[in-house]
Design a protein around this ligand. Structure first.
Ligand SMILES: Cc1ncc(COP(=O)(O)O)c(C=O)c1O
Length: 375
């Protein structure tokens, strides 16, 4: 079978318009943006334009954006930055069982430094209950971090409600929006968040660049100390090349219309699978509150990774892992309470701007052949 890419939640190709915006900074404008001479001017201005483009996507001010190396750094900055800035006030962080490792692992690290972390349970669709958050907050709570949309199943959390609860208690609220930016609306004021992480390579920008929104008035301890780059919040000579790429990608991501076509294709994919494979497929994640591009399906009686390997040429993901001959369930599906025999048959297909209907048809055909489905 020819190659089909259905792993846009893992990474996206660089949009041609993004590559075109970056090219002059690869070839010509090499100056250090902090220098005081002519060679710095273009790079410095371009970084500030990019900051404005990111801010416009999130509905915030330019000075509320700090560039990072990606989603992981933005998450680490939010969690560690708040902990180190506010540890005199409290030591408690509330998060959720189905966060990305880029939230879970900084939490584990902070626990070693004395933080207390509560991880909220989710229901079978992957949704957190805001009332559980309300109950978890204590006078010692300094931060709540709940991801906007899950990378494996696409479930979208009730961020507005959760952020409101945190605010009522005077607690900062962070959301990891690496998967939601560019797929659904992510206006920081509509969401009511104080901190938001995004990752360039999920929105058709290059890898190695991302951003953290930090609401005015919120002060974080930097992760990287040095000279006063990024308003003293992240030291290191800025990359105009990468930030220009992120800025252009954010400008393009403001238009959510292409996502309507992606949603239609995703729904078509699921309808076709159900028609061909009937009761041998089960949808993982929330049926409605879900990213428009994500389709996580359990194939009954199958091992997801093995089925995917048999499809040969289809790039998609499985959350399950094979360690020394034993298949283990993805921690996300496990936390959702998905039965192991179902969970090990899960494959995550994630569509994007470049996905064509013929590609979906080809994958449905290949799956039907593999599973002996009706034509
Ligand atoms: C939800 C979520 N958060 C964070 C990250 C990490 O982002 P990056 O790869 O840019 O560090 C990812 C990427 O897989 C993600 O899906």
């Amino acid at each position: 079978m020819r190659r089909v890419y259905l792993d846009y939640n893992a990474s996206t190709p660089i949009d041609p318009a993004v590559a075109a915006a970056m090219r002059p900074f690869l070839e010509d404008h090499f100056g250090n943006p902090s220098s005081g001479h002519w060679a710095a001017t273009t790079a410095k201005a371009a970084i500030e334009t990019a900051r404005g483009q990111v801010a416009a996507l999130l509905g915030c001010e330019s000075d509320e954006i700090v560039f990072t190396s990606g989603g992981s750094e933005a998450n680490n900055f939010a969690l560690k930055g708040v902990f180190f800035a506010l540890r005199g006030k409290g030591d408690h962080i509330v998060t959720m069982r189905i966060e990305h490792p880029a939230i879970m692992e900084p939490c584990r690290f902070l626990e070693r430094l004395g933080a207390r972390v509560t991880s909220l349970q989710v229901d079978g669709a992957g949704l957190v209950d805001p009332e559980d958050l309300r109950k978890a907050i204590t006078p010692q709570t300094i931060l709540v971090s709940i991801m906007h949309a899950n990378n494996e199943v696409g479930t979208i959390q009730p961020i507005e409600e959760c952020a409101r609860i945190a605010r009522e208690h005077g607690v900062l609220f962070h959301t990891d929006a690496a998967q939601s930016v560019g797929k659904v609306a992510t206006d920081v004021n509509a969401l009511g968040v104080d901190l938001l992480s995004l990752a360039g390579h999920k929105i058709y920008a290059p890898k190695g660049v991302g951003a953290l929104f930090i609401r005015r008035g919120v002060s974080l301890e930097p992760l990287i100390h040095g000279a006063g780059h990024e308003g003293g919040r992240r030291a290191g000579t800025e990359s105009a090349l990468l930030t220009v790429g992120l800025g252009k990608a954010c400008e393009l991501a403001r238009d959510l219309k292409p996502m309507e076509r992606v949603r239609e294709l995703r729904d078509y994919f699921w309808e076709e699978l159900q028609a061909r494979l009937e009761n041998r497929v089960v949808l993982n994640g929330h049926p409605v509150r879900r990213l428009p591009n994500t389709l996580n399906v359990s194939f009954l009686g199958q091992i997801g990774a093995q089925l995917l390997a048999r499809l040969d040429g289809v790039a998609a993901s499985t959350g399950s892992a094979c360690h020394s001959g034993r298949v283990t369930l993805s921690p996300v599906l496990e936390a959702m309470g998905v039965a192991p025999e179902l969970g090990i048959g899960a494959i995550r297909f994630s569509l994007g701007r470049g996905t064509a209907r013929e590609e979906i048809d080809a994958v449905v055909e290949a799956l039907s052949d593999q599973l002996g489905a009706k034509k």
